[in-house]
Design a protein around this ligand. Structure first.
Ligand SMILES: C[S@@+](CC[C@H](N)C(=O)[O-])C[C@H]1O[C@@H](n2cnc3c(N)ncnc32)[C@H](O)[C@@H]1O
Length: 253
């Protein structure tokens, strides 16, 4: 049953995220101008976000706010075990179906009530058995989740009521030398996060707030801008620019 309070439980956003994560370029954005540089965001979060060559052969990865799981599957190309966690039961059900069957139907919205039925899928060469998906709260992760070689949290922190609860927990979740990759457009909304919890002194400078929360346990390795495109319908797209940053867990700090 749909949860009217959490939009991420709605069928509308489930279909939108299945398309966002898995549909190919022309299926999402069938135009010869603009936009295409912002496609494939969940894959770019893995291949650009992490220094993949530095991961150990038996790496464990955590994808927080994994939605319908594309980044988790991409992580499985490089990591022996991947845990994807999302608060939305509808998204986790979709991700689990993709793990089990390798495919999922997706209704792409074209206009008004017109949709195109797609069958989105996980690339055949990915070992889906490496990935498990759990419904859970990134602010209150289970105590026995263990430690990871890399953690990604993409476009999650400005959807949390209390981002600091997650940020304070991160040092114990990452192994020394482990990598943390965070993206966020800092789209603060009171519907998700009370203003007093916006990072950076009421979001005067959100990245400064993120930095204060992570240092000295983490060292900033790189920081850049990452565009992403979410299709609403054939003639309406959300073009956003996330702030991306990669951090390394400082041993002993
Ligand atoms: C903007 S989406 C980003 C999803 C995905 N990482 C991506 O980049 O496409 C935010 C995601 O965070 C999830 N989320 C919101 N609150 C959460 C929480 N407390 N714990 C875990 N996930 C949460 C939502 O269900 C949604 O899937």
């Amino acid at each position: 049953m749909e949860n009217p309070i959490n939009p991420y439980e709605s069928d509308e956003l489930l279909q939108q995220y299945l398309v966002f994560h898995y549909a190919n370029g022309p299926e999402q954005f069938p135009y010869p101008f603009g936009g295409a540089d912002a496609l494939d965001f969940p894959k770019r979060c893995v291949v650009d976000g992490l220094a993949l060559e530095q991961l150990p052969a038996d790496a464990r990865a955590l994808d927080l706010g994994c939605a319908v799981g594309r980044s988790s599957f991409e992580l499985a190309r490089y990591c022996r075990e991947v845990v994807g966690i999302d608060y939305s039961q509808a998204f986790i059900d979709g991700a689990r179906r993709l793990a089990a069957d390798g495919r999922h139907p997706a209704a792409r919205l074209d206009e008004g009530s017109a949709t195109t039925e797609l069958a989105v899928s996980v690339a055949k060469e990915i070992d889906r058995s490496r990935v498990t998906f759990e419904q859970g709260d990134a602010q209150d992760l289970r105590g026995d989740i263990g430690q990871f070689d890399c953690i990604i949290a993409c476009n999650l922190i400005c959807r949390l009521p209390e981002p600091m609860r997650l940020l304070c927990r991160l040092p114990e979740l990452l192994k020394p030398g482990g990598q943390l990759f965070i993206t966020t457009p800092f789209s603060w909304l009171e519907a998700y996060t009370p203003t007093e919890n916006w990072l950076g002194d009421g979001a005067q400078d959100s990245f400064a707030g993120l930095r204060t929360a992570l240092e000295p346990s983490f060292l900033l390795d790189a920081r850049w801008d990452m565009p992403f495109l979410i299709r609403e319908h054939a003639r309406k797209f959300q073009y956003s620019i996330a702030q991306a940053s990669r951090w390394v867990r400082v041993p002993g700090a």
